[in-house]
Every structure is written in C-alpha cells, then in structure tokens.
Design a protein around this ligand. Structure first.
Ligand code: B12
Ligand code: SF4
Length: 488
C-alpha cells in the first residue's frame, strides 16, 4: 500500500525512548505528546485514549506517527526535547488537562526549540476552554484544537506543512498576525463505530499495571445530555449521548483481552448506562461470548435499575462509581445534578447487594453550601456505607458554570493550575472558610477508613473475591498506620 514511499534505515527510539534501528519513510511525521508529569499524582496512570485514537486515524491515513507517552515512560522535558529533535515531526500535538497545562506549555516550548518549523498544536479539555488565553500568553503554541480531535488533527496533517487553508478547518483556534481566530465548532463524529480502535501499539501499554494487573480502558460512548455545573463533558463531547453499538464494543473487549492481555477493563464513559437497552445488550453479549473480564464503570444513580445492576454483576462488573455530588437536595439542585435522594439510596443499595465495590463521589464547598449542609451531605454518605468515597473540593475548571459563578461572586481563585486536582480548595467563600472545609474532609476520611472498614473490605476482597476491596483493605490499613506514625 505504501510502496511509493522512500524507505531508509534510521536510528530511532521505541515507545519508551530506547534507541533502535528502524525503517522510516518520507511520510509526513506527526508527534503526539502525553506531557511529562511534574509532580506525583494520586491517580493510577491510564493510557491516553484520546492520543491513541488520533494516532489510529493518522496511521490509517498513512501518516507516520509517534506517541511520546511521557508519564509512564518517565520522560522529562529534557528527554522529550531530545526525542523530538531526533524525530523532527511536521506537527507536534500535545494533550492537556488543567493540572497538567503548565507541563504541556513547557512541552510546547521545548518542541519549538528543537523543531522550529513544526506546527505546535494543543488539544484536550483544558486547551479547549482556555484557547484564547493560551494563544495570547504562549507564543510556542500555534493552534488549539477544540473538542474531539480525530478529524481535526487529520485535516491539519493533510494540509501540513504549509497549512495554507487553516481557516477552513473547523474546531480550531489559531493566531494570525496579532489576532486570535476561532473557526466554527466541528460537528461531532456521528458514527463512533467508524473510528479505528485506539492504536495502543504506539504506547508502552505493557507498563500500565494497576496493583500488578493489566487493566485497560475502553470508551463506549461520548457526550452527555446533562449539564452539571462543575463539569465540561457536554460542551467537550456534545449534549447528546452517542453510543457505540454493542457488537463494536464487544469486539473491542475481546481484542483487549486477546491482543493486549487485558485482565480487567475500565469503562471510562461519562454515564455508561445512560442508554439502558444498550447497556443490557453489552452485558448479555459479555455473558454469551464468555468474555470473562472483570470491569468497572461510572454512571448516574438515575440511570440504573435493579435489573440492570444485577445483569451488570452477572457480566462481571465488580465496581461502580456514582456521581452523588451531595447528600443535600438543595445543593444537588444548585449543582444541576437532577438526581433524587431515593434514586441515590436505591442505586447504592442494589450495587452493594450485587457484590460490587461501590464508590460515590461528593463535591465539597460548592458556592452556597453551608457547614450544616456539608455535614448533612457527609452524614448521608456515611449512612449509605459505600466502599469508597471521593470527596472532591469544588474545582472551577475553565468552561464550567462553576467558574463563571465564582468569577461573578468576585471571589479570589488560585491561579496555579497544578493544584486543580480536586484535592485542594481553589477559592474562598467568605461565608464558609476553605480551611474548615478541608478539615471536615480530613475528619471524614479519618473516621471512614477505620479498623471496621478494613475488616469489611477484607471479607469482601479476600473471602468474596472483589479485587477493588482487596486493594482498599490494604490502602486503608496503610492509611491508619501512616496516621499513627505521623500522629495526625
Ligand atoms: C479516564 C479519565 C481520567 C483518567 C485518565 C486520563 C487519561 N489518561 O486520559 C485519570 C483517572 C488519570 C483522570 C484523572 C483526572 N481527571 Co479525568 N477523566 C477521564 C475521563 C473519564 C475519560 C478520558 C478519556 O479517555 N476520554 C476519551 C478520549 C477520546 O477523549 P480525550 O482524552 O478528551 O481526547 C479527545 C479530545 O480531548 C482531543 N484531544 C485530547 N488531547 C489532544 C491533543 C491534541 C494535539 C489534539 C489535536 C486533540 C486532543 O481529541 C481526543 C480525541 O477526540 C474524562 C471524561 C471524558 N469524557 O473524557 C475525565 C476528564 C478528562 N478528567 C477530568 C479531571 C478534572 C481529572 C482530574 C484533574 C481530577 C479528577 N477527576 O480526579 C484528574 C487529574 C489527572 C492529572 N493528570 O493530573 C476532567 C477534565 C477537566 C479539565 N479541565 O482538565 C474530565 C473532562 C472529566 C469532566 N467531565 O470534567 N482522568
Ligand atoms: S457530571 Fe456526569 S452527568 Fe453531569 S454533566 Fe458531567 S458527565 Fe454529565
């Protein structure tokens, strides 16, 4: 298929930067960068699915692609610079989330130094909503891709290196002389089944282990019809749920197991069960095809029924995360969550009865929340006795209603993006000091991860075989030991 390309031997490096001799061609080269991690993260590392999708589309169209997956390969900016220098791509595409934006900008600067003629493109949820600010402040970035990237990066690659008709490419923001120009939004990809599978061959996929197990991600849908005020999902991927067909999903699950040795799968959809009929069909398919992989997913409490939860459990779902956000109806209304207390209690109860590891996530300190309301919320969560609780400080990410609200209140906000990871208070509500919120968060965890909790998770994990419970029994034991040593 590519015989008209010149082939030569060059000294290049593999996914993790070890030098090897490879055949290379005269195809246009595109580098995709998962930017270096500058500080330890509280999350396990997951493969950068968005970059892997874009790599697949570019490869399908005969471009030469490399992904520099810096966090898992422990590539810092110096090493990235050397890698880009030896690859000399026409486009350097860099992903961004809010806590990693500083690192992403630093990646752009090193790319500019060693590839002065390359176009430096940035995408992802931070750049999408901070496009104008980034292009104003950072000359090393040429173009921002807003929202879904597959079709946009392909059009950029096709026009590369001249990019003479860049203004005709939808979904980008770019600088022309001293002006910043936003082209119209790109229509969403209608048929997600038509996308190639994420090109994991460009990643050091074997390095992604969670407690020693090969747990791989899958995204079976995009878009969210809700508009919770702290979240960018519906603006990023559209306010309409676009689900892949059950067959397409099931084929990918088998591929993850057979080609990549997956021992478990993380469904990373925003609301996996939004289309219940589709969720039932996927579960039936998993059972019929004997896919036999444990999996977890996140969803809304109003998007499940007892029957669906039981079916998911039969299909080896052993972990579910519900975005509860608050135990106080008034706060859930303010957050635009549109879920009732009864729906939350039922969903958690059904999932626990089905033997799943149930996590709930809760937002702390949303504007208008009082100490009493937060206490009500924490008491509600404690009563439900989930297996884990993510207590997230309300974090005003660019593009969210929450950010607009905090700005309109005139409250001071932290401008260090690195701390936008939900573990830190970001703004100060004069009526409810951030210090008090942080203390209530600590107190909750100190009581929650108790010896009784360890026994409960130990039984669920070691006797009943739930993988997540095993992990949490150990994590909680370490937490208690750490507290005892540190006397906190
Ligand atoms: C899985 C996930 C994680 C995983 C793994 C992240 C990863 N490796 O991608 C983990 C658990 C590590 C994680 C952590 C966090 N996450 Co998270 N996460 C997700 C989730 C659920 C799925 C990500 C995914 O795979 N999407 C599917 C792919 C196809 O989309 P994508 O990655 O966005 O890529 C597309 C576009 O963004 C764009 N694109 C992306 N990069 C680039 C680069 C170029 C050059 C171009 C052209 C285009 C482009 O094109 C891609 C293909 O269409 C999303 C929600 C969502 N729906 O995306 C939240 C989401 C990305 N996370 C979010 C947040 C807030 C976080 C945290 C900051 C806090 C938290 N939740 O704990 C941490 C911080 C992590 C850190 N590094 O510091 C927010 C991001 C908001 C923001 N402004 O950054 C999201 C959008 C959730 C939300 N709805 O608010 N997360
Ligand atoms: S929090 Fe969940 S339900 Fe709400 S908008 Fe985001 S993805 Fe949708």
């Amino acid at each position: 298929m590519t015989t008209n390309y010149k082939i030569r031997m060059t000294n290049q490096s593999n996914n993790c930067g070890q030098h090897i001799m490879v055949m290379s061609t005269n195809k246009t080269k595109i580098a995709l960068v998962n930017t270096p991690l500058e500080a330890a993260t509280h999350h396990p590392l997951f493969p950068p699915l968005g970059l892997a999708y874009m790599a697949a589309v570019l490869e399908q169209n005969n471009f030469e692609v490399k992904i520099f997956d810096c966090p898992v390969c422990q590539i810092d900016h110096e090493k990235l610079k050397a890698e880009l220098n030896s690859f000399q791509p026409s486009i350097v595409g860099i992903g961004s989330m809010t806590p990693t934006i500083e690192s992403a900008l630093q990646s752009a600067r090193v790319a500019r130094e060693v590839c002065p003629d390359a176009k430096i493109v940035m995408g992802g949820p931070h750049a999408t909503f901070a496009d104008k600010q980034i292009l104003t402040d950072e000359k090393a970035v040429d173009i921002i891709v807003r929202g879904e990237g597959e079709e946009t990066i392909l059009e950029l690659a096709k026009q590369s290196p001249e990019l003479q008709k860049v203004n005709e490419i939808k979904g980008i923001t770019f600088r022309k002389y001293n002006q910043i120009i936003q082209t119209p939004n790109r229509p969403l990809i209608e048929d997600l089944d038509a996308l190639p599978r994420p090109a994991y061959k460009y990643l050091a996929i074997e390095k992604y282990k969670i407690t020693g197990r090969n747990l791989l991600p899958i995204m079976t849908s995009r878009g969210c019809p809700y508009a919770c005020s702290f979240c960018v999902a519906s603006q990023m991927f559209g306010a309409r749920f676009r689900g892949r067909s059950p067959k397409n999903v099931l084929d990918e699950l088998e591929w993850l197991r057979d080609e990549y040795g997956a021992e478990g799968v993380a469904f990373q959809d925003d609301t996996f069960t939004y289309d219940k009929k589709r969720a039932f069909e996927i579960c039936d398919g998993i059972i019929e095809r004997k896919i036999n992989l444990p999996w977890g997913c996140g969803t809304r409490a109003d998007a499940v029924t007892k029957e669906l939860i039981d079916k998911m459990s039969k299909a080896h779902c052993n972990e579910t995360m519900f975005g509860v956000e608050s135990g106080c109806q008034k706060m859930r209304d303010a957050l635009k969550k549109r879920v009732s207390t009864e729906q939350i209690e039922n969903a958690v109860k059904w999932a626990k009865e089905a033997g799943m590891f149930v996590t709930v996530s809760v937002i702390l300190g949303y504007p208008g929340e009082t100490k009493e309301m937060l206490q009500e919320s924490l008491d509600f969560v404690r009563r439900m006795e989930p297996d884990d609780v993510w207590l997230c400080h309300a974090t005003p990410y660019p593009g969210t209603g929450l950010r607009a609200l905090v700005e309109s209140n005139g409250w001071k906000m932290a401008d260090d993006w690195k701390i936008y990871n939900t573990m830190n208070p970001i703004y100060e509500d004069p009526a409810f000091p951030a210090k008090e919120i942080a203390q209530m968060r600590r107190d909750f965890y100190n009581k929650f991860y108790s010896p009784r909790y360890i026994v409960r998770q130990g039984v669920k994990g070691y006797v009943k075989g739930n993988l997540y419970s095993k992990m949490m029994a150990r994590t909680a034991a370490n937490y208690i030991l750490w507290r005892a040593k540190a006397r906190v």
